[in-house]
Design a protein around this ligand. Structure first.
Ligand code: FE2
Ligand code: FE2
Length: 270
């Protein structure tokens, strides 16, 4: 996991996953350096990842006051329980639905929860975080936020893109990705992650998007995209196209068998 700072307010914990046939998907978590520090998501849960080690290089976990779980998918919850233990002052900002989903595997401690719905606000000392449901999402529990002091927006899975190379998935500025390549990768991700978008009324969808605070944001931090500064107009144009793009169909069993047949035979042990 790579760590880098963007301006005064944000540290990015950048990891990635290679998705066969699609590309290299960034997987980001963040610290928002508010007066009451906020950790946003907690990375992948793979056994060789150590979110807490990366976090400790940036901030003393004991000083973390808020853990904002954008939604309880497993690429966002890797270090969650270790962080709750190491950050006894921290409350976990999430939704009733997310707490319910988590309870099917490992229940969250109820006395550590802070339930916050889209449309509600959280005071973190020197700024207010405005919770909203991003325009694209793969979980009914998804909640992003807009920070009204730094004018930064955290959009969860929305705006993600599987990128052509590992280097691009690790870049500190999404403008390193050629604009047309970025747009088509974001549209592909929209079809993969939010397949319902093909069933929305495009006009009403865009009206909803335009009413969101993220369109005023100076920078957007997606969990699946490098940091994006000054990209709101491009992102709005991409969203306008999302309902009309082709649905994604994943590889089927025939494709899997062809893949397996292409592997080199393994020599039998003697
Ligand atoms: Fe997700
Ligand atoms: Fe995700």
């Amino acid at each position: 996991m790579r760590t880098f700072r963007v301006g005064d307010d944000v540290t990015v914990f950048n990891d990635q996953l290679e998705v066969p046939g699609l590309g290299f998907l960034p997987v980001n978590a963040f610290v928002l350096h508010a007066r009451e520090p906020v950790v946003i998501d907690t990375g992948l849960g793979l056994p060789d990842r150590d979110f807490m080690a990366s976090l400790r290089d940036v901030i003393d976990p004991a000083t973390v006051r808020w853990i904002w779980l954008t939604h309880p998918d497993r690429d966002h919850t890797g270090g969650l329980f270790d962080l709750l233990e190491a950050a006894p002052q921290a409350r976990l900002v999430t939704t009733f639905i997310a707490a319910g989903i988590m309870s099917t595997e490992r229940p969250l401690p109820l006395d550590r929860l802070y339930l916050l719905n889209p449309g509600q606000r959280l005071d973190v000392g020197d700024r207010t975080l405005h919770a909203f449901r991003p325009p694209l999402f793969d979980s009914p529990a998804t909640v992003g936020f807009y920070d009204d002091r730094s004018r930064l927006c955290f959009s969860s899975d929305c705006f993600g893109a599987p990128l052509a190379t590992a280097e691009l998935a690790a870049t500190e500025d999404v403008r390193d990705v050629p604009a047309e390549q970025l747009r088509s990768a974001q549209l592909l991700w929209a079809a993969v992650d939010s397949p319902w978008v093909h069933h929305v009324d495009p006009g009403r969808f865009l009206d909803t998007v335009r009413s969101m605070p993220l369109m005023d944001a100076e920078a957007v931090f997606s969990t699946h995209l490098p940091p994006a500064t000054g990209m709101s107009a491009q992102f709005e144009a991409m969203l306008a196209q999302a309902p009309g793009t082709n649905p994604f169909v994943g590889p089927d069993q025939k494709a899997l068998q062809e893949l397996l047949a292409s592997f080199e035979p393994v020599a039998a042990a003697t």
